[in-house]
Design a protein around this ligand. Structure first.
Ligand code: GYE
Length: 345
């Protein structure tokens, strides 16, 4: 028989143990769910509630883009932000958007991981009367009417800029139209508007040059690890590669590693010319060092534009369908100390 004292002691041990177990269990569940959500605080009527569905955290660029959004939609600026990271899965973005709708947020901002497959959920947002603003990437043309606006970068134009740079570079090197230029392309996430745009833009310029031979275009998911893997495959398959077009800096880092490990050289004084996109700090340092020949800038600082669009909508003003952020082209000639110092991503 247990005495009352023994029972008390048991309870004393049992209750905290169960509580610790439950806490760890609930925390563990959080680790395995794909959607991170902050609870919606009802009664936040004085603040503008914005649900942001970010597509993932695949690159340095994406981290900067997320920081830009989070630094603008703050309590101090009069916002209440619900932020969700979809980890590259469209289904997670759809879930997040539906949850924003059911929480009756004031605005939905989302960076669509791919172009297609958004119609149903966008229609649901429209029926709920919640304006949706696209950021960074776009949905397919037919569904854009379901969004009030878009803030992002001109990826097609970025591809054209890459092509124009190559034209000048080959001209400077005295390469004639008779000599074949072997090109491989590392593309970003399949179906992503930014990858599609960059490919189209570059091909548009390449079409004018019969001697430019695009040996292969292959998806490397905008990540460093995949960039390295795909580049290793290219090097095994094609003994002569003159130019690598890599659709973001992260893939470029991986590709350069693969090339150097294969005993080949890159950049301004090397055998293989490197064209990259994004222009994050570490890549710009490689441009300054002559390792990357050119970096087509893609500006991730879109938070400020997004909050401007929202404040216009709040005042009942008309907004443009598209807002393009400003972008530059960097080579060894214009990556100054100042540019490096100011680049905080
Ligand atoms: O270039 C890349 C990121 O969609 C423009 O996505 C964006 C691209 C960016 O992962 O680094």
């Amino acid at each position: 028989m247990k005495t009352k004292k023994q029972y008390n002691r048991l309870l004393f041990i049992f209750i905290p143990t169960v509580m610790i177990f439950l806490t760890v269990f609930v925390w563990g569940l959080g680790l395995f769910t794909d959607i991170e959500e902050e609870p919606y605080v009802s009664g936040e009527t004085d603040r503008i509630v914005v649900g942001v569905s970010q597509l993932g955290s695949e690159s340095g660029w994406r981290t900067a883009n997320t920081e830009s959004v989070q630094s603008v939609f703050t309590n101090e600026n009069g916002y209440f932000l619900l932020f969700s990271n979809a980890r590259q899965k469209q289904e997670n973005q759809i879930k997040a958007i539906r949850s924003f709708i059911s929480q009756r947020v004031d605005y939905i901002v989302f960076a669509p991981v791919v172009e297609n497959g958004w119609r149903t959920v966008l229609q649901e947002a429209k029926e709920a009367g919640i304006p949706v603003i696209m950021m960074d990437r776009k949905v397919e043309a037919a569904d854009q009417e379901l969004c009030v606006s878009w803030v992002g970068t001109d990826s097609r134009q970025e591809g054209v800029k890459a092509g124009r740079w190559l034209e000048g570079h080959l001209r400077d090197k005295g390469v004639t139209g008779e000599e074949t230029v072997n090109i491989v392309v590392l593309t970003g996430t399949e179906g992503a508007s930014s990858a599609i745009g960059r490919s189209e833009g570059f091909r548009e310029v390449a079409r004018d040059h019969a001697n430019w031979k695009i040996l292969e275009e292959k998806c490397a998911d905008f990540t460093s690890a995949k960039g390295k893997e795909v580049m290793e495959g290219f090097l095994r398959k094609y003994p002569e590669i003159d130019v690598v077009v890599s659709q973001n800096d992260d893939m470029t880092f991986g590709a350069i590693e693969a090339i150097q490990e294969a005993g080949r050289t890159v950049g301004v004084h090397g055998e293989i010319s490197i064209i990259s996109f994004d222009a994050v700090h570490d890549a710009l340092e490689m441009v300054a060092a002559g390792t990357i020949n050119v970096d087509i800038e893609c500006n991730p600082n879109q938070g400020g534009y997004l909050s401007q669009v929202i404040s216009m909508l709040e005042k009942g003003q008309e907004v443009e369908k598209d807002y393009y952020v400003e972008e530059d082209v960097f080579t060894i000639d214009n990556v100054t100390e100042e540019v490096l110092r100011e680049r905080n991503y």
